[in-house]
Design a protein around this ligand. Sequence first.
Ligand SMILES: [Zn+2]
Length: 481
Amino acid sequence: MYLYNSATHKKEEFKTHTPGRVEMYTCGPTVYHFAHIGNLRSYIMEDVLEKFLRYTGYDVNRVMNITDVGHLTSDADEGEDKMVKGAKRENKTVMDIAKFYTDAFFEDCRKLNIKRPDVVEPATNCIDDYIKIVSTLIEKEYAYLAGGNVYFDSSKLSRYYVFNDHDEEDLAVGVREGVEEDTNKRNKNDFVLWFTKSKFEDQALKWDSPWGVGYPGWHIECTGISLKHNGEYLDLHCGGVDNAFPHHTNEIAQSESYLGHEWCPHWLHVAHLNTAGGKMSKSKGEFLTVSLLEEKGYDPIVYRYFCLQSHYRKALVFSYENLDNAAAAFNKLVNRIAGLKPEGEVDQAVFAEYREKFVKQMSNDLNTSMGVTAIFDVLKAKTTDATKLAILDDYDKVLSLDLVKKAEARRAEQAKAKTAETECGYTVTGEGDPAIDALVLARYEAKKAKNFAEADRIRDELKAAGIEIVDTKGGASWKRV
Ligand SMILES: [Zn+2]
């Protein structure tokens, strides 16, 4: 498999430390609020990647943290503590907030068919691990104490900016406008490993450490959790592109200084989800969540489909119009699959040929838009319906769009609708929506009663809803156009 590696800035053949096994790490959510759909885009693409690696025969150990302490509003350790902010906002304890939003995150994942990683570790579970790493970094003189906090000394590294070819000046943006700079830092890129000088008097979670009572910095969590569950050699580290700097840069700095050898050779970053106004965020514009999409009548899997239509390294623009287009395309796809008859033999040679094609397309830097195109190629193939359904089911191990399942449900609905209407002597064939079937039937009854005005009114109503009716022998059929 070829994947773009943000650490080397090129597409490379993906190799693992232990042949056949992938140690994979994903930065998890900070559980102080709902995830917005931009965050979830990363988790969808990482899910596809994990499933594809398994599909091609790898044994994968995927680890993810849950950040429930230490993440400040600026990723460069400035501003407010996000968890404390969430707790204040809702007048709850930090632990209640963490529990509530962790559950909400996994509920969103379930709706989007995102598999739960093999290991999910809340940051507060691994305090001893961070203390051990920080102690070693101090011993090795990569870290220093200042003003009560422990800082990583970025000047000890020969190379700090690992992901970017930009100027140092352009990247020194860790400090956001209006946020006070930490004068304890010796160098502007130094970062906190352990806070004891807490500026948050109401910080609820604190632990004893050799440097005083306090709590870990955000970056050290991922190093501690990955070393604990993935071991010393990580093969693949993923996250949203906004994690690349400073978070992942700092993870590499501390991990390699601690280990004394290269930690993770391959880094994958998923691009932003943008709106017309720019990067999506919780504080700007409409707060787009999976629940909000559901309230507006979208199936969450349509959002997954929308994401898969684009490459993970390209910024994706979200608008309701774009999502509507994806929903219409998805609906048509389900209808086409519902039209396949689950009968006959599976042609194993054709099955193998299409599997190989799919692997080839997806192996090219996780090209999910080609993976989606492959579905249409299957539908056009000259083979039995049973073979097509078997191939689609197989692709779904990676794409997780529930296409065959949804098509089966639609087929059942259509059969039911048809039978129900046949009983009164008039057959309505449609897309399995009983409300529309009823209107089509009402139009027929109005015509029969010579109430043509009413029949026309119903026809116009259906037309306005995008429904086209065609009279057939002994009934009518309708479709969405
Ligand atoms: Zn992380």
